[in-house]
Design a protein around this ligand. Structure first.
Ligand SMILES: Cc1cc2nc3c(=O)[nH]c(=O)nc-3n(C[C@H](O)[C@H](O)[C@H](O)COP(=O)(O)O)c2cc1C
Length: 191
C-alpha cells in the first residue's frame, strides 16, 4: 500500500468482528510505531496501557462516547465491539511545550493497525475519572490523553468529496454504509 492508500483506508472504524482476537504482541508492535513518532521537545511524556482481554475491554468500553454525530446510535452491540484498546496516558511530571504527541502517536498506531488488516478509532470523549478508577491508574502520576480502539473492521466506510462550505457531518445511510465527507484538497489550501 502507498501512504495515500494507507491513509485513505485508515478511517474511524466503530464496528468490528469482536471474536477476531488481537494479541498483546500485536499491540506492542503498534506501540513501537508510537515510539518512533515525533514528540514535542523529544520529551516523550506518553505511556501506554494495553488491553486485549474481555474483562479489561469491558471496563474501557464503558467509558467511551461513540460517534457523537450518530444521534440514534449508542455504540457497537456486543459481538461488534473492539477486541483491543491502547490507552494513552501522559506523565504529569513532564511539562511539554504542547499536547500534540498523543494524536500523532495514535495516528501512527492506527496506520500500523490498517497495514496489518485491522483498524480502529481514537477517542477523546472518554470518562477519564471513571477509566482511571477502573484501570487503577495513579492519577497523581498520569493523566489519560486518548484511547485507541482496535479490531477487525466490520463496516463499510466511504469518503464523500465535498467543497469547503459544505456539511462535514458524517452519517450512516440506509444500507449501513458510513459516509465521511472530506473537503477537497484545493479547498483546504488557502494560500
Ligand atoms: C482527537 C480525536 C478525538 C476523537 N474522539 C472521538 C470520540 O470520542 N468518539 C468517536 O466516536 N470518534 C472520535 N474521533 C473520530 C472522529 O469522529 C473521526 O476522525 C471523524 O468522524 C472523521 O472520520 P475519519 O477518521 O474516518 O476520517 C476522534 C478523532 C480525533 C482526531
Amino acid at each position: 500500500m502507498t501512504v495515500l492508500e494507507l491513509v485513505k483506508k485508515n478511517r474511524s472504524y466503530r464496528r468490528f468482528y469482536q471474536n477476531e482476537q488481537v494479541s498483546r504482541a500485536q499491540l506492542e508492535k503498534l506501540v513501537e510505531l508510537a515510539r518512533f513518532s515525533a514528540s514535542g521537545g523529544n520529551m516523550q511524556p506518553l505511556r501506554f496501557i494495553l488491553s486485549c482481554d474481555k474483562e479489561k475491554n469491558t471496563k474501557i468500553f464503558s467509558c467511551l462516547k461513540w460517534a457523537m454525530m450518530l444521534k440514534d446510535w449508542d455504540g457497537p452491540e456486543e459481538g461488534e465491539r473492539p477486541s483491543a484498546y491502547i490507552v494513552i496516558v501522559k506523565r504529569r511530571d513532564i511539562t511539554t511545550p504542547n499536547s500534540l504527541d498523543a494524536g500523532i502517536m495514535a495516528q501512527s498506531m492506527l496506520l500500523g493497525a490498517v497495514e496489518s488488516g485491522l483498524g480502529g478509532c481514537m477517542f477523546g470523549a472518554v470518562n477519564k475519572p471513571l477509566l482511571s478508577d477502573l484501570l487503577g491508574i495513579d492519577n497523581e502520576e498520569y493523566e489519560i490523553a486518548l484511547v485507541v480502539a482496535i479490531g477487525k473492521p466490520k463496516e463499510k466506510i466511504v469518503i464523500d468529496d465535498i467543497g469547503g462550505g459544505q456539511d462535514t457531518r458524517y452519517y450512516r445511510d440506509d444500507d449501513g454504509v458510513h459516509h465521511v465527507p472530506k473537503i477537497s484538497t484545493q479547498d483546504l489550501i488557502i494560500g
